[in-house]
Design a protein. Structure first.
Ligand code: FES
Ligand SMILES: [Fe+2]
Length: 382
């Protein structure tokens, strides 16, 4: 038996975990959907892939955190944890006296205590451990008993500012973005910018969270195709024209367009905009990796797919209604559709544990969105 320090590095990895290397082999998804195979089952099954996804993807893309009402008045503070259990990053939204909003690290730069424990209204952010104070933009303000400390305060004594963007009355943050938020959202605005988006109001009564017993990416896979609608969603299938279902791919997102059957609610699209003259039932936008913006004639259903671990997912359904719009029938059926989706996704979660399943193939006409998602995942993971 060789002593540890005598083992060459590559052998050491093999000895440490004989399967690690094989499991973490590159995922390759052929750009030609007719030749491509779907993601390997190991991607959904194994914690090692989940951890890599956290570090390579979730740390670098945009997350919905709260509506702008969370810090509506100057000097408000709103603490939260970014992706609890996954990124577990303690952050705080703040609004200064001039009305400027910030997202800051919620960890004291002295010895690491969490600063703000509950929503509050304050002139300063102060640490209740040893009294360090910060301004509402995160800059260091004061610290008792630090006379004589050299090079103090320095830039490292400020609270880190996390990139934050406001869009449709919501805040989105990213710890270390690789894509600008504007670029990610531009395809949505190009298509639905004509809607009275500034009138969207949060509707708590029809908003809820769902706990899904599956890997987060299985939930997204299912969302990204309308292929299953006739099989899984009988009521939705009565409302849309399946033959007219469309997919549009963007660089970091895609769109599915459902056309309404006669007599079903649809958008009144002004002349000069894409889809003028068509009866559109819904626009289903997905933004990489886990945001879904579903626009209906009554408003927006935002779905935030938050992984809790590699086999559990929380999906937050947040409903926003256009001012002056009455609740429409399809809004009430969102719950029904969601439960139908959860049942199939949880079944797939069981299926991909099988020794007899590894990868599948894609329908070129109906699974472009899933293929696109898998291509993006493989691009960022490799
Ligand atoms: S940890 Fe905040 S003042 Fe010491
Ligand atoms: Fe579905």
């Amino acid at each position: 038996m060789p002593r540890l320090q005598e083992i060459p590095c590559s052998n050491f990895i093999t000895l440490l975990s004989p399967n690690l290397h094989a499991h973490m082999a590159k995922i390759s998804i052929d750009p030609d959907i007719r030749k491509a195979q779907t993601l390997p089952a190991a991607f959904y099954r194994e914690k090692a892939w989940f951890d890599l996804t956290r570090d390579k993807i979730f740390r670098h893309f945009w997350h919905y955190v709260a509506d702008t009402t969370a810090i509506e008045t100057p000097q408000s503070l709103y603490p939260f944890t970014l992706l609890p259990g996954v990124l577990d990053e303690p952050l705080v939204l703040s609004k200064d006296i001039a009305g400027q909003g910030y997202c800051l690290s919620n960890v004291c730069t002295h010895r690491g205590k969490i600063l703000v424990e509950a929503p509050a209204n304050r002139r300063l952010i102060s640490c209740n451990y040893h009294g360090r104070c910060f301004n509402l933009d995160g800059t260091f303000k004061s610290m008792p008993e630090f006379a004589g400390v050299e090079n103090f305060p320095s830039a490292r004594d400020h609270l880190a500012q996390i990139p934050m963007e406001e869009w449709l009355g919501m805040y989105f943050v990213s710890p270390n973005p690789t894509q600008t938020f504007g670029d990610m959202m531009a395809p949505i605005m190009e298509r639905v910018g004509w809607m009275p988006l500034h009138t969207l109001r949060f509707d708590p009564e029809s908003s809820r969270d769902f706990l899904v017993q599956s890997n987060w990416a299985l939930y997204c896979d299912n969302y990204l195709e309308g292929f299953h609608i006739p099989f899984v969603h009988p009521a939705l299938n009565q409302a849309i024209v399946f033959d007219q279902y469309e997919y549009h791919l963007f660089s970091h997102g895609n769109l599915q367009v459902g056309e309404a059957k006669a007599g079903e609610p649809s958008f009144d699209i002004p002349e000069g905009y894409p889809d003028f003259g068509r009866n559109i039932y819904a626009y289903y936008f997905w933004v990489f990796p886990n945001l879904m913006f579903n626009f209906y004639p009554w408003g927006l259903s935002l779905n935030v797919v938050e992984p809790l671990n590699h086999k559990q997912t929380r999906v937050r359904f947040r409903t926003y209604v256009f001012e002056g719009t009455a609740f429409a029938r399809e809004k009430n059926s969102i719950d029904e559709t969601e439960l139908e989706d959860e049942a199939v996704v949880e079944s797939v979660q069981q299926g991909i544990q099988s020794d007899f399943y590894d990868r599948g193939r894609y329908s070129p006409s109906m699974e472009q969105g899933v293929h696109h998602f898998h291509r993006l995942l493989s691009e960022y993971l490799n």
